[in-house]
Design a protein around this ligand. Structure first.
Ligand code: GNR
Ligand code: NI
Length: 189
């Protein structure tokens, strides 16, 4: 099932997610949904809080639609070491249409539980290293816009307000109920 992705500054995105006690079928279903939602939105990563679920789960695929594509799901990911530095123009599915340079570590080693509940360790560089740091930030309620200047962040906040307003208008048209739908129906008379 494809979930709707929350748009910043939705307050859920500022909250801390909680550890998963046991990797069971309900968690595996959620992981499947996260992959479906990520691919549907053309992302290279997705964190559970972005679909309103405050659990420590992220999914990644930095080479989608390629024959050697390697989807990775991480439950309770923990960054063990960060090495080197790099700057990358990052985007986020929860901040649609925006991209800004963010400074990160170049190489990351992380520990996590896989879909079977087995402990794994991964060392990554390149886009995968950046995406792991970006997704682990989401689990702490941190967005890439928290890494840029306050001025840029406030400009983006205003743009997101407009996007959010037009999304709510669309939703009202799809399911005519609620305040804004009543308003638009009234306007038609
Ligand atoms: O799809 C995504 N692309 C991306 C590009 C550069 C740095 C980070 C990312 S992650 C992002 C998907 C997303 O928002 N994950 O939380
Ligand atoms: Ni993101």
């Amino acid at each position: 099932m494809v979930h709707e992705i929350l748009v910043w500054p939705n307050p859920v995105l500022k909250q801390k997610a909680h550890p998963v006690a046991k990797v069971d079928d309900s968690i595996r279903t959620l992981i499947k949904d996260l992959f479906e939602s990520m691919y549907a939105a053309d992302g290279v990563g997705l964190a559970a809080p972005q679909v309103g679920v405050l659990k420590n789960i992220i999914v990644l695929d930095t080479t989608p639609r390629q024959p050697d594509s390697r989807p990775v799901a991480m439950v309770n990911p923990e960054i063990l070491t960060l090495e080197g530095k790099c700057t990358y123009k990052e985007g986020c599915l929860s901040v649609p249409g925006e991209a800004e340079d963010v400074d990160r570590a170049a190489i990351v080693t992380a520990r996590y539980l896989d879909e079977q509940g087995n402990e794994q360790t991964i060392t990554a560089d390149g886009l995968l290293a950046i995406a792991i740091q970006h997704e682990c930030d989401h689990l702490k309620g941190v967005m890439f816009v928290d890494h840029i200047s306050a001025l840029k962040r406030e400009v983006i906040r205003k743009r997101m307000k407009k996007i959010q307003a037009s999304m709510e208008e669309d939703e009202a048209e799809e399911a005519p109920s609620g305040k804004s739908a009543r308003k638009s129906q009234a306007e038609l008379r």
